[in-house]
Design a protein around this ligand. Structure first.
Ligand SMILES: Nc1nc2c(c(=O)[nH]1)N[C@H]1C(S)=C(S)[C@@H](COP(=O)(O)O)O[C@H]1N2
Ligand SMILES: [Mo]
Length: 255
């Protein structure tokens, strides 16, 4: 199911893609398939935990390894009027909202984010579609930011709400979620610079998540809001992310 995503997106009016969409919808509705996916995911997660601890660092590379042409994928230019207005003003009026199960809800400007504890890392981005690119990312570390917001005891996940509606319907807003292990991982950053320059629109300007131990689709671009939640069943279609909802991708996409 998962391998047909490109066709699904590209050919959303074409009949073959339509058939695939119908087939996937059917499969997603089937309890047996659902249980199999859930079971496989549990197994993958447990196996991964035995082989590589979740706290291990992702490999970092040298300047010379940086891809001259880092590929852009998914949304590359959000068309939403609110986003276009923010982009037109150079994101001067943009704010990152941090709310949900936090003691101190925040609304942060880019300047404020740039003043927070930061990290620069050169890492390889692996997309589930089978391509990789290496880039240098600089951003605010999520852990210290969450410390400042003060997570309430029942907060278990962070949900990243994005500016782009990729699905084109009521549940089509791109979003992703991670658990607290990844949230506090030292390489998990909210990146505002890429290869030493402000993050380009194609790669998620003005802010995107880097969660280096997981596959590309977890790295939410165009992040507008971070919501701390106890569970994500009430968000989108309930599976914790845009592609998790639509294509049955694993919620934990460890690499
Ligand atoms: N908001 C948003 N975030 C997103 C996507 C998207 O379409 N919209 N695509 C995801 C996928 S599948 C990948 S591989 C990466 C692509 O990031 P890049 O464009 O910097 O290569 O972003 C991820 N985050
Ligand atoms: Mo991807």
């Amino acid at each position: 199911m998962t391998v047909h995503r490109r066709g699904w997106l590209k050919g959303a009016g074409a009949s073959l893609a339509g058939l695939w969409l119908a087939a996937c919808d059917q499969l997603n509705r089937s309890k047996a398939v659902h249980d199999t996916l859930a079971g496989a995911e549990g197994l993958t997660r447990r196996a991964q935990r035995l082989i590589v601890p979740r706290t291990a660092l992702a490999k970092e590379f040298a300047e010379a390894d940086i891809s001259p042409d880092f590929r852009a994928n998914g949304t590359t230019r959000p068309g939403e009027p609110e986003y276009r207005a923010l982009a037109a003003a150079g994101f001067a009026d943009w704010r990152l909202v941090v709310d949900g199960l936090v003691e101190h809800p925040m609304s942060l400007s880019l300047a404020e984010l740039r003043a927070m504890p930061a990290r620069t890392q050169i890492t390889r981005h692996d997309c589930v579609e089978g391509w990789s690119s290496i880039g240098k990312w600089t951003g605010a570390r999520l852990g210290p930011l969450l410390d400042r917001a003060g997570l309430k005891p029942d907060a278990r996940y962070l949900v990243f709400h994005c500016a782009d509606n990729l699905g084109g319907d009521a549940t089509g807003q791109y979003y992703e979620s991670i658990d607290l292990i990844d949230a506090f991982h030292p390489q998990t950053i909210l990146a505002y610079d890429m290869n030493g320059r402000p993050l380009p629109v194609a790669h998620g300007a003005p802010l995107r998540l880097r969660v280096e131990r997981q596959l590309g689709y977890k790295h939410a671009k165009y992040v507008m809001r971070i919501e701390a939640v106890e569970d994500f069943a009430h968000i989108g279609r309930g599976k914790g992310g845009f592609w998790e909802d639509r294509a049955g991708y694993a919620w934990y996409a460890g690499i």
